[in-house]
Design a protein around this ligand. Structure first.
Ligand SMILES: CC(C)(COP(=O)(O)OP(=O)(O)OC[C@H]1O[C@@H](n2cnc3c(N)ncnc32)[C@H](O)[C@@H]1OP(=O)(O)O)[C@@H](O)C(=O)NCCC(=O)NCCS
Length: 327
């Protein structure tokens, strides 16, 4: 039997930092209101009113595209794992902000990285990375040896900067992990993926228009879906919430993260939170949090981590993952 484990990881963020004070130049708001309602202090932007208007078109030309962020995170994660891009069987790029309608953003990313195998995008909005983790593990179960999994977003390209009810929430970035085949069960112990398509009107962006969101309703659904999905994953993994060393939720709003953790019985010191300096980066939010936890020494071999996210669609996804199974 073959399972999957994570052998390398990395993050990429565009250089422009946008503060809550910057938001006050766009609409009536305050640093105090944004911090209290969301926990966000700064976010990174690849485009929008605070970034010099020089959108690079080539993936290696800068951080103005989803592919460029994905390429940077993917390259560093492969180096960290010591894996040659030519030996990667599949690039799975999770994004809800693709660079073009056609083709998938993973195509340009694959070329920039020199990936030897296939490439595809997954769009499950903010639940994307965990959908991708389960998919990548399945590909390894089917016989692949190495999969590069990336969550990358340029949400600032889909932001309606005139809408004060949600423009302050979103940021850009990318996080990547390398998954490799290992003998035995591997690291994925339990998972749950789902969608309720009747909730599409709660959060969407049409071509050419910015994001539209019913914030308070999304908030309620988010807490409900995160808790229900995480509970299902814990049950499938046959572990209790007390066994979880770190909870890595989708970074949408600190109040959603805290409410979900509290209902799951996870103490606040076990929550990984990067939202104060990233904002909501959709598919990139869980890998950005995971990378920061790993790099700050919060993850030890054998630790059980619980990933849980929800997003437009509405999608949800969670997984119980054992950290640090070596090759
Ligand atoms: C967006 C969100 C932070 C708003 O917080 P909230 O506590 O629900 O706030 P409300 O929308 O009820 O608005 C409260 C008041 O603040 C006002 N307000 C809205 N945006 C504001 C802003 N940027 N600055 C100041 N006041 C603002 C509203 O107009 C409202 O005023 P009123 O009471 O006079 O009508 C919150 O609903 C949320 O995080 N929802 C989930 C969003 C999310 O996670 N989306 C991504 C899913 S992947």
């Amino acid at each position: 039997m073959t399972g999957a484990t994570i052998t390398g990881w990395a993050a990429a963020l565009p250089p422009t930092v946008v503060t809550n004070e910057d938001m006050t130049t766009l609409f009536e708001t305050s640093d105090e209101w944004i911090v209290e309602r969301s926990g966000i202090r700064t976010r990174r932007a690849a485009s929008g009113p605070f970034v010099d208007p020089q959108p690079p078109t080539h993936p290696e030309g800068g951080f103005g595209t989803t592919a460029s962020l994905a390429t940077e995170a993917g390259r560093k994660a492969l180096q960290h794992a010591g894996v040659d891009p030519a030996d990667v069987d599949m690039l799975v790029l999770c994004t809800t902000t693709p660079d073009q309608l056609i083709p998938a953003t993973s195509s340009a990313t694959s070329a920039a990285l020199g990936i030897g195998g296939g490439a595809m995008d997954i769009n499950a909005a903010c639940a994307g990375f965990t959908y991708g983790l389960v998919t990548a593990t399945g590909l390894i179960g089917a016989g692949m040896r190495r999969v590069l999994l990336v969550g990358a977003e340029t949400l600032t390209r889909a932001t309606n900067w005139a809408d004060r009810t949600n423009a302050f929430l979103f940021g850009d970035g990318a996080g990547a992990v390398v998954l490799e085949a290992v003998p035995g069960d591997g690291s994925l112990l339990g998972w749950d993926l789902g969608v309720d398509g009747t909730l599409v009107p709660l959060l969407y962006a049409d071509h050419g228009s910015g994001m539209a969101m019913r914030g308070p309703e999304v908030f309620r659904q988010a807490v409900r879906a995160t808790v229900a999905s995480a509970t299902a994953s814990l049950e499938r993994a046959k572990v209790a919430s007390e066994d979880i060393a770190l909870f890595v939720p989708h970074q949408a709003n600190i109040r959603i993260m805290d409410a979900a953790a509290s209902r799951l019985g996870i103490p606040s010191d076990r929550i990984v939170s990067v939202i104060d300096h990233t904002g909501n980066t959709s598919s990139a939010s869980i890998p950005l949090a995971l990378v920061e936890a790993a790099e700050s020494g919060r993850l030890r071999a054998g630790d059980l981590i619980l990933l849980a996210g929800f997003g437009a669609g509405m999608t949800w996804a969670s997984a119980v993952w054992r950290w640090g199974n070596s090759r």
